[in-house]
Design a protein around this ligand. Sequence first.
Ligand SMILES: NC(=O)c1ccc[n+]([C@@H]2O[C@H](COP(=O)([O-])OP(=O)(O)OC[C@H]3O[C@@H](n4cnc5c(N)ncnc54)[C@H](O)[C@@H]3O)[C@@H](O)[C@H]2O)c1
Length: 360
Amino acid sequence: MTAQRTFRIAAIPADGVGIEVVAAGRAVLDALATASHGRFAFDWQEFPWGCGYHAEHGRMMAEDGLDQLADFDAIYFGAVGWPTVPDHVSLWGLRLRICQSFDQWANVRPVEFLPGIRSPLRKADDTDLGWVVVRENSEGEYAGFGGRNFGGRGDRGEVAVQSAVFTEVGCERIIRFAFDLARTRSRRKVSSVTKSNAQQYGMVLWDDVFARVATDYPDVETESVLVDAMAAKFVLRPEDLSVVVASNLNADILSDLGSALAGSLGLAASANLNPERRFPSMFEPVHGSAPDIAGQGICNPLGAIGSAALMLEHLGLPDEAKAVQHAVAVTTGSGTRTRDVGGTAGTEDVTAAVIDNLAG
Ligand SMILES: NC(=O)c1ccc[n+]([C@@H]2O[C@H](COP(=O)([O-])OP(=O)(O)OC[C@H]3O[C@@H](n4cnc5c(N)ncnc54)[C@H](O)[C@@H]3O)[C@@H](O)[C@H]2O)c1
């Protein structure tokens, strides 16, 4: 039977638990496609890039890898990094190369509190919590500008410069994205995070753009908070958060804090979006390759499955995205949980339970 709509998806499991969680997410998506009775299908192509590929070819992805990816409807990514390759080489050679070359400038990272999962926050037991971190994903501290030099000065003479780059265009597009997202939520509020007291150029530009853009959204509440204060607020007053927008590095750190507060790094989903759709967007769990637990069948697949739900939304299947999110909540609520969230189930058990609960 030919499906009415076939989505071409590039799968890049890459390294460690990335391989296990991408298999889990694919199984959920394929189960949905089967249940759609021909309404939609996924045409997968898997790419073997990552640290294993590096060992054989001396590079993290094929030379023409970006051309190979350019025509897919979306990219479904696992995690990159392995002790055999320096982390800055593996990250820049694959994930950051894709994000920057495809101008995936908006990184959306929901912080969701699921039933049956214990948060380290006592407040989470009786307070409705949930917010979204919107991360500037194309410039800022991860722009890659700088260098190392003066090694010739002899022992301990080397100098490194790592510059952060903030452009008015880059700040404005991510801040507007955050405001537009806030308008879709029950609490219309955007919290802007910088460190503009200490970083007086780029982050003051960010603050200025935030203040200017905010005037176009009078219906949205705003606040500007320094990143150290925001880290404390995540723990002490999380009920006051809805959309948190921050630079590349600050949002990277804050979103890991958020997922730890929700119960585990293994739960956190993310979307790297090129909102103009000139390039494919990329969906991946927030966590890394977790070499400490890789290959044991015990990693939590829910971050990757949640990322698959974000991909469904992006592909124009919002009801299916909701069905996956609902199935995840039923699964955790009914006690099928991996060890990182206090259970005993394996990766495949949790995946099978999510698939069973899709029908419910
Ligand atoms: N997006 C990415 O591809 C990405 C992100 C972060 C780190 N990394 C890379 O991953 C490697 C390991 O980095 P790290 O140890 O700092 O971070 P990590 O996210 O891999 O692991 C941190 C901790 O969280 C646990 N964890 C992670 N994912 C889990 C899951 N699905 N289920 C249960 N527990 C999980 C790990 O066991 C570990 O204790 C490094 O090479 C790093 O560069 C890649």
